[in-house]
Design a protein around this ligand. Structure first.
Ligand SMILES: C=C(O[C@@H]1C=C(C(=O)O)C=C[C@H]1O)C(=O)O
Length: 111
């Protein structure tokens, strides 16, 4: 049996749920894009002030906070932690790349 030969009422329910899933996925993408806009600015601030790309103390606090939020929302806290670690690893990669570039707002070097 495939999703193309199911009962009409089941199909309608599946479509309704999938529309909500599509909206939620779009919101997740837009929220992530906004988060990366902020973290890019943090990356430039850190590079301009010679601060390290990663801040393990801040990460520990965020993970503890996100785990608490996940528990309250009935979401698996281990999943929430894995997701945040995945995002943070990408942010740190961006920060390392930014630190290798000339600082923003500075005039290009003469030589
Ligand atoms: C964005 C920052 O840089 C890094 C990325 C973090 C994040 O994506 O939340 C948190 C801590 C840092 O390791 C920051 O220091 O705030």
């Amino acid at each position: 049996m495939t999703t193309s030969d199911i009962d009409e009422s089941v199909r309608a329910e599946l479509n309704r749920l999938r529309e909500s899933i599509d909206n939620i996925d779009a919101a997740v993408v837009h929220m992530l894009a906004e988060r990366f806009k902020c973290t890019q600015q943090v990356g430039h601030l850190k590079a301009n002030h010679k601060l390290p790309p990663a801040d393990p103390t801040r990460e520990t606090e965020q993970i503890a906070r996100l785990r608490r939020l996940a528990e309250n929302a009935k979401l698996d806290p281990a999943f929430a932690e894995k997701l945040l670690n995945f995002i943070i690893a990408e942010v740190i990669r961006h920060h390392e790349r930014i630190a290798g570039d000339p600082p923003t707002g500075d005039a290009p070097s003469e030589n």
